[in-house]
Design a protein around this ligand. Sequence first.
Ligand code: ADP
Length: 172
Amino acid sequence: MKTEKRIAVVPGSYDPVTFGHIDIITRAAGLFDEVVVAIVNQSVRKSTAMFSVEERTTFIEDALAEAGVTNARVEPFYELVVSFTRRIGAHVIVKGLRQASDFEYEMQMGHLNRQQAPDIESVFVMASPKYAFLSSSWVKELARFDGKIDGLVPGPVVTALTERNAEFRDQD
Ligand code: ADP
């Protein structure tokens, strides 16, 4: 009997990727045959991204190689996450939950996704305690004001954020 590959989509803006994201992707990669890290190209809800889709893709690919994750690939998407999930032959969307505010937001989104596509299941993975406080936006804020970001994001992201902020400073 031929069994179907179980593919999970892990969507996000990843602007930029943090070790919290990498933790969720790595754990999803342990649960499914294949993981597709789906980068939201342009969000209606969030302002413009700091990093291009290409930069965000490279950051994630490098971090996953470093973490030894071999069954995950990165793809940008330009449609509803459920449409993307269906189009690539996946049936599961994996999201990370940090705290109650994530839960409220994700519950709403999960219900809406289910209303749009009852064949797609949402699976929630609890953030590891050491990353439960971590978000891309806080990392950007810390970096902007010279805060310490090592240990929160991969090395190449630390370098890129430092360079980007130096450019901002030169413009001021
Ligand atoms: P952010 O909220 O940091 O801007 P994204 O929009 O890229 O992140 O989020 C993509 C997914 O990753 C969401 O499901 C979010 O809950 C999850 N996530 C983000 N940061 C973490 C973290 N530190 N630990 C676990 N999950 C996380």
